[in-house]
Design a protein around this ligand. Structure first.
Ligand code: HEM
Length: 157
């Protein structure tokens, strides 16, 4: 069995991350200030509830994609491929984005109350991890460092 790239999964993942980055920045909110929402067809980008809703949909999709990728790796790909150092770095940052994202969702629930300092900490962490992921993705793309690499078969001596 050869390690083949799952193109559909890669595209779905890339599009989901791009949509989440865009709708995440929409929360800050910067699209009205910088005129993005003045572009015809982009007025929705300045509506907090619209971008938040799309961010939530993205979070559901991202969770499904991650669950699939982890299960696929654990059950099938692990036999022929191993996760590279670059893969572990990306996975760790992604886990932190998802973790802080979950706390941000909790904060939005009416019955959950976090202190202002903790809310700020989670807020900055979510943004910081997102930026770190972007930087890592650029660097690893430039270095052609993939998530997975083929396992070298052990030869009989
Ligand atoms: C399971 C995954 C994720 C969840 C549950 C999640 C959830 C959230 C929530 C609830 C907010 C705050 C909305 C508010 O102000 O009430 C937020 C903000 C934001 N998210 Fe996410 N998010 C996730 C993944 C991502 C990803 C993958 C990215 C980017 C690649 C991202 C980028 C941002 C940015 C830039 C902000 C605004 C900055 C901030 O307030 O921290 N998020 N996210």
């Amino acid at each position: 069995m050869k390690l083949e790239r799952n193109r559909a999964l890669r595209w779905a993942y890339g599009v989901t991350i791009a949509v989440m980055a865009f709708t995440g920045f929409g929360q800050m909110p910067i699209f009205k200030r910088y005129g993005i929402s003045a572009i015809p067809g982009m007025a929705w980008a300045a509506d907090f509830y619209v971008t938040l809703f799309i961010h939530y949909l993205g979070a559901v999709l991202l969770s499904v994609l991650l669950a699939y990728a982890i299960a696929d790796h654990a059950l099938v790909r692990r036999k022929i491929a191993r996760v590279t150092a670059a893969g572990y770095v990306r996975a760790a940052i992604l886990a932190c984005i998802v973790g802080t994202g979950i706390f941000r969702v909790l904060k939005n629930l009416p019955d959950v109350d976090f202190s202002p300092a903790f809310t700020m900490f989670i807020d900055i962490s979510h943004l910081g991890f997102m930026m770190a992921y972007g930087a890592a993705a650029l660097l690893f793309w430039r270095l052609r460092a993939r998530w997975l690499t083929e396992k070298v078969p052990v030869r009989n001596r």
